[in-house]
Design a protein around this ligand. Structure first.
Ligand code: HEM
Length: 529
């Protein structure tokens, strides 16, 4: 059997040749909150840590959720409707409840990354975590608000019923055989949930094959008649659905999957199609095949004593060791550079940890995050910024300017004031929350409203939803008006991950959408309750 790395490598190379996107998504037009967020979750978040575990139920959850798709009218698909369908007999078992609870417990759903995207990512990491191929991820699924039609196949149903159900999901007879085999290469049947299939109460769990890995042992053992898959050889003939499906074309498909390369490639293709089966009208992003070359973090502003400060970072993929990186900006009146300056060199770097690389997948990626703190003339302000990377090796400097237009600051009249916002810890209760301060150019007649997105689960079992709160902010008495700025304040839950703001000042409305709260570290202030 090939090593895990060589299997993954084979698949990645296969995709690069077959689909041709090896480097196609290495950059993107900023701002794009969805691409920035998914890049972070996929490469730098803790989710890839799940790859180190082999958790088959992540794949089951995605499959059951996708089963609501009806190819005839384009409805249903992977849309997190599974959250509303767990009381159905076809979704029996603790496995799916536990995996959905895990997903909401991660607290990473966001306005541009819902539970359905997380379920799809869970399937990718379930497969890779058991040694299977790393399936490319596309984002953009839309979460359902109610249950879909009941269309998850059950073991006691006959072949014709299963064939029709898979057709409705968009898979033909051959694809059905392969997809079921690819699904059942990992995991098995739990006695307590399926006592009519695993009849001996002593056998709490019976694996589909004798390995826990994502490999084609399920195929070879079936063809050699040594299989222990209870859906093939179990005592209850009625529930031998794997047998009926695997043998439905005289074992031709199972024979073809005996080749490990064919098995891996077929499974990667079919599971990718499975997680990308979404209701008509939902469009997914391009696949994330590797980390972007350059990623700018949310610029964070603060105003104090006549000076505007902007803090941001630039993540550079595979940087040169001697590189110096400079941030440059233009003011709001054009390219005029005021005497207070319009460029600043990075003051430091943060190491970037790519979890998948650490786990032996996508080897060869390193990155540094260059940090900047720009002091900006408050009157002329900033309209856009860009970067210059000098590798100090005689080569021409590289300009990182968002495809030519620069990283544009749409407006500078409404921003979340980083220097004045704090995380409050109440003593003795240890209750924590953000005390936000929002700066608005204008006077005290301005108004500000804030929408906060809190991913913390609202329930101990599915369905669980993020809490989205919209409040009007009040003038902040502790931060009086200063040099044309007025300050507003409000509190938000400490687990808030995105904030959107709308302000009206001097008859003009300003917005800031989906400010990423992880873009900065807040001072922690202890307050006696
Ligand atoms: C006719 C179609 C299918 C039937 C009747 C069927 C039935 C079953 C049953 C009864 C179990 C045991 C569940 C438990 O004990 O919790 C199971 C487990 C599993 N199934 Fe299927 N299945 C089908 C297709 C698929 C497909 C298409 C996939 C994914 C591509 C899949 C993935 C899995 C996985 C990963 C497990 C193991 C779960 C675990 O160990 O926690 N199944 N299936």
């Amino acid at each position: 059997m090939p090593s895990r790395y060589s299997v993954i490598q084979a698949v990645v190379v296969g995709y690069a040749v077959g689909v041709g996107y090896a480097h196609s998504t290495s950059t993107f037009q900023w701002p794009n909150a969805q691409l920035s967020y998914v890049d972070k979750q996929l490469w730098e978040g803790f989710l890839p840590g799940l790859v180190a575990q082999c958790a088959p139920r992540g794949n089951t959850t995605a499959y059951h959720d996708m089963s609501t798709h009806n190819v005839d009218d384009g409805s249903g698909g992977l849309d997190a409707s599974i959250q509303f369908e767990l009381d159905r007999a076809q979704n029996i078992g603790q496995g799916m409840i536990e995996s959905l609870n895990d997903f909401s417990g991660f607290e990473i759903v966001a306005p541009m990354f819902g539970m359905a995207d997380l379920i799809a990512l869970g399937a990718i990491f379930a497969v890779a975590g058991c040694g299977g191929p790393l399936i490319p991820f596309r984002a953009g699924r839309v979460d359902a608000t109610e249950a879909g039609p009941p269309n998850v196949p059950e073991p006691q149903q006959d072949l014709a019923t299963h064939t029709e159900m898979f057709r409705q999901m968009g898979f033909n007879d051959t694809e059905m055989i392969a997809l079921v085999a690819c699904g059942h290469t990992i995991g098995g049947v739990t006695q307590v949930d399926f006592p009519t299939i695993v009849m001996d109460p002593e056998d709490s769990f019976v694996g589909f094959d004798t390995t826990t890995a994502f490999d084609n042992t399920i195929i070879s053992q079936y063809l050699q008649n040594t299989t222990e898959d209870v859906l093939v050889v179990g005592p209850n003939v009625t529930t031998r659905s794997d047998f009926r499906i695997f043998s439905s074309d005289g074992n031709a498909t199972m024979q073809s999957l005996l080749n490990p390369g064919t098995f891996t490639q077929t499974c990667a293709d079919l599971i990718e199609r499975m997680i990308n089966t979404v209701p008509n009208g939902v469009s997914l992003t391009d696949p994330f095949s590797e980390p972007f070359d350059y990623v700018v973090s949310e610029p964070v502003f603060s105003y104090r004593n006549g000076t505007l400060a902007m803090v941001t970072t630039l993540r550079v993929l595979n940087p040169s060791v001697n590189a110096t990186v400079t941030l440059l900006w233009a003011d709001r009146e054009g390219s005029f550079c005021p005497s207070t300056g319009c460029s600043v060199e990075s003051f430091g770097t943060q190491p970037v940890t790519f979890r998948l690389t650490e786990l032996g997948i996508y080897l060869g990626f390193t990155a540094e995050r260059y940090e900047f703190n720009a002091t900006i003339n408050v009157a002329t302000s900033i309209s856009k910024f860009w970067f210059e990377i000098n590798n100090n090796d005689g080569s021409d400097p590289i300009t990182v300017d968002n495809g030519g237009g620069g990283f544009v600051i749409e407006q500078d009249s409404l921003f979340f004031d980083n220097g004045r916002t704090v995380a409050v810890s109440l003593t003795p209760s240890f209750e924590e929350f953000f005390r936000l301060v929002i700066a608005v150019r204008g006077d005290t007649t301005a108004t500000v409203s804030m929408t906060a997105f809190d991913p913390r689960p609202t329930a101990f079992s599915p369905p669980s939803f993020p809490v989205i709160t919209t409040v009007d902010l009040i003038l902040d008495e502790t931060n009086p008006p200063d040099n044309g700025f007025v300050f507003f304040t409000g509190n938000a839950s400490i687990t808030t991950n995105f904030i959107s703001l709308t302000a009206t000042s001097g008859g003009t409305t300003y917005t800031q959408t989906n400010f990423d709260m992880s873009a900065t570290n807040f001072s922690l202030v202890e307050v006696s309750a």
